[in-house]
Design a binder for this molecule. Structure first.
Ligand SMILES: Nc1ncnc2c1ncn2[C@@H]1O[C@H](COP(=O)(O)OP(=O)(O)O)[C@@H](O)[C@H]1O
Ligand SMILES: [Mg+2]
Length: 220
């Protein structure tokens, strides 16, 4: 299996806190990986490093076999914007913008012309089941729908990898399953997914589970 992201002996230390300890982790192309573990065990910290949103204190990260140089900000944001899509527990949609405009934001940032960006945003919103609600603002839709908009936004630049931190943490069981089914479908279509969850029945729906405890990966 091809490795998309490789973490080698990654440590994260903030002040006196040793948050990640000698983490080795390979994310394989096409897999749906879940990361479980108790609150405070370092799941989010690990995910931020996998997504290049944060840099390790020591250790190495390779994307498609190339070592990431954390001093090259331009390359970092290019990889983040083109290869990764992020979904968080809180949707971070912009309340002043319509759903369409929210999904257009990363496209415009990537230099896509406005008309094309709008077309793509509309088709993504349709894909996540929000046709007819495109002109609403985030506060005019339900929590489950908001999370689907954030998935549409994460998919806007057609990323290879979806990184999700407790994406269903705020949803009821029905909407949780809708989001999970969406991830499973995207995975079937070839997207690699790394998802943090503390619900074992969600982790059990993925290809592979790793477990964290006290900053360490305790089972792979
Ligand atoms: N910016 C920070 N400064 C200091 N400590 C932090 C910071 N971010 C996270 N931590 C600590 O790192 C540990 C792991 O946090 P986190 O990765 O958020 O865990 P999880 O997502 O598994 O709940 C916790 O003890 C947390 O308090
Ligand atoms: Mg967390």
């Amino acid at each position: 299996m091809l490795v998309l992201i490789d973490l080698r002996m990654v440590n994260k230390i903030i002040g006196q806190e040793h948050i990640l300890k000698d983490v080795n982790l390979s994310v394989y192309k096409g897999e749906f990986l879940s990361i479980i573990g108790p609150s405070g065990s370092g799941k989010s910290s690990l995910l931020y490093i996998v997504g290049l949103l944060d840099r390790p204190s020591s250790g190495e990260i390779l994307i498609e076999e190339k070592t990431i140089d954390f001093s090259d900000q331009k390359r970092l944001s290019e990889v983040r914007n083109k290869k990764f899509g992020f979904v968080f527990q809180f949707h971070y949609l912009i309340n002043e913008l319509t759903l369409t405009e929210n999904v257009m934001v990363p496209l415009l940032k990537a230099g896509i012309p406005i008309r094309k960006a709008r077309e793509r945003a509309l088709s993504l919103l349709e894909m996540v089941g929000l046709k007819g609600k495109e002109s609403r603002k985030p506060y005019q839709i339900s929590g489950g729908e908001q999370q689907r908009v954030s998935i549409a936004r994460a998919l806007s630049n057609n990323p290879d990898l979806i990184i999700a931190d407790e994406p269903t943490g705020n949803l009821d069981s029905k909407n949780t399953q809708i989001v999970m089914d969406m991830f499973k479908e995207l995975n079937k279509e070839g997207k690699t997914i790394v998802m943090v969850t503390h619900e074992m029945d969600l982790a059990n729906q993925t290809n592979r589970i790793i477990s964290m405890r006290d900053g360490r990966v305790v089972s792979v």
